[in-house]
Design a protein around this ligand. Structure first.
Ligand code: PLP
Length: 282
């Protein structure tokens, strides 16, 4: 398998990373996960824009133009003949003697990217999954897709140990998002989701979903959902690049609505699939 290492496409074995890489020592870097369907990247521009925005927010200068970066990801997918899968790409602030403040400007960021085949989670999307509510103890810049994921990991592990697919994070009574997903409730024909503030990552899938809502005539209210009324939703689902639109049918052991994926959720899944079809066959 080929991997992208800075400006070079190399074999996996050739990569050399430093013990003092700031990504390794501090989680000082950013990343993206881009879906590949039928050999083509889905919403690549949006992911690349978000990567550059994350970089800017942490004052990291990516040493490639967006066009060059896009071409790198394209060539990597071609080289590995990915069909249905994903690209993972991260950029750290580079390697320099360990100190908290930034290294001198001459230190180059370190980029690594690789691909893998990942099936669409079709059976889980059809049947729905369980989730667990967990206090959101992360920092206040969740809008940055940073490599620092301990808060997310701890929550996901707790959910996993309870036999759940995902953690529904809340700050007090306010539901923010999932450990690696955005969250949505549907009540009386209205979709509620947390606004794109510093408390959540504004998912690329989320943006596609909000466009789908408009298309299918589902009103959207971007307003924090309350934890105390979460079980009273008619429907609930999460979204991410890899999980797409994933119905959540059980929260903390309580069935949501009928305990099956809801009608609006299924309509959104259909509309989302149409977007994929359009994009990869265009
Ligand atoms: N929120 C968090 C914390 C995430 O890590 C992710 C991505 O994995 C998302 C939301 C969903 O974002 P996207 O739809 O761009 O994958």
């Amino acid at each position: 398998n080929w991997v992208q290492w800075n400006d070079r496409l190399v074999k996996d074995e050739e990569i050399q990373l430093s013990k003092e890489d700031r990504g390794y020592q501090f989680g000082d870097g950013i990343y993206e996960v881009i879906r590949v369907y039928n050999g083509s990247m889905f919403t690549a521009k949006e992911h690349i824009n978000r990567l550059y925005e994350s970089a800017e927010k942490i004052k990291l200068v990516i040493p490639y133009t967006k066009d060059v970066f896009h071409k790198m990801m394209y060539d990597l997918i071609e080289a590995n003949e990915v069909t249905t899968g994903q690209v993972y790409v991260q950029i750290t602030r580079g390697s320099s003697p360990r100190q908290h403040q930034f290294p001198i400007e001459a230190v180059e960021p370190v980029l690594t990217a690789y691909t893998k085949e990942v099936d669409r989670p079709v059976s889980q999307m059809a049947n729905g999954v369980a989730a667990k509510t967990i206090e959101d103890v992360r920092w206040l810049r969740c809008d940055i897709k940073s490599l620092n994921l301990l808060g997310n990991i701890m929550a996901k592990q707790e959910a996993h140990e309870s036999g759940c697919f995902e953690a529904i994070l809340h700050r007090g009574d306010t539901i923010t998002e999932g450990s690696s997903s955005n969250m949505y409730g549907i009540k009386d024909g209205v979709l509620y989701t947390h606004p794109a503030t510093n408390l959540i990552l504004n998912g690329i899938t989320r943006r596609v979903i909000l466009a789908c809502c408009e298309e299918i005539g589902l009103p959207v209210v971007e307003q924090p959902m309350s934890l105390s009324t979460v079980y009273a939703n008619d429907e609930f689902f999460m979204s991410s690049t890899t999980s797409e639109i994933m119905p959540i049918v059980v929260i903390d052991g309580m069935p949501i609505g009928t305990g099956l994926p809801g009608e609006w959720t299924k309509k959104l899944q259909t509309a989302f699939e149409a977007k994929i079809e359009q994009a990869v066959h265009a």
